[in-house]
Write a protein that binds this ligand. Sequence first.
Ligand code: 5GP
Length: 130
Amino acid sequence: MATIFTRIINGEIPCYKVYEDEKYFAFLDINPLKKGHTLVIPKVEDDYIFNLDDETYAGLCLVAKKIAKALKESTKCQRVGVTVMGMEVPHVHIHLVPMDKEKDMLFSNPKLELSADEMKSIAEDIAKRI
Ligand code: 5GP
């Protein structure tokens, strides 16, 4: 059965898309730690980042780098934090989180509740800077 993220890629589940190319996809995390919290994923399904073949892994990191630059510019954060966990969704994803202090990266922090309009405008602003 397709992962929830494959269903997002296929447009079966809506998302706030930030980026897409032939092999990779990026969209806003539905439960953001910070405004602009983005997930970057390979289109290929695998549940563990270090199982990816070298080319896919390297490509994923390069796409994450490109998006992180746009994210930093868009949110005016100090830097973009990077986390890989995958404890919830079994489809490789890199979390990119705009941060101004160390505690911004704590996944135990309460998540933001943003309106659909705000999520849409955040995604559009990041996307246009890529
Ligand atoms: P992890 O697997 O790295 O522990 O966490 C998975 C992340 O995916 C969580 O931050 C969660 O909010 C996000 N997530 C789970 N389901 C969806 C979804 O359907 N749409 C979006 N945009 N994000 C999701």
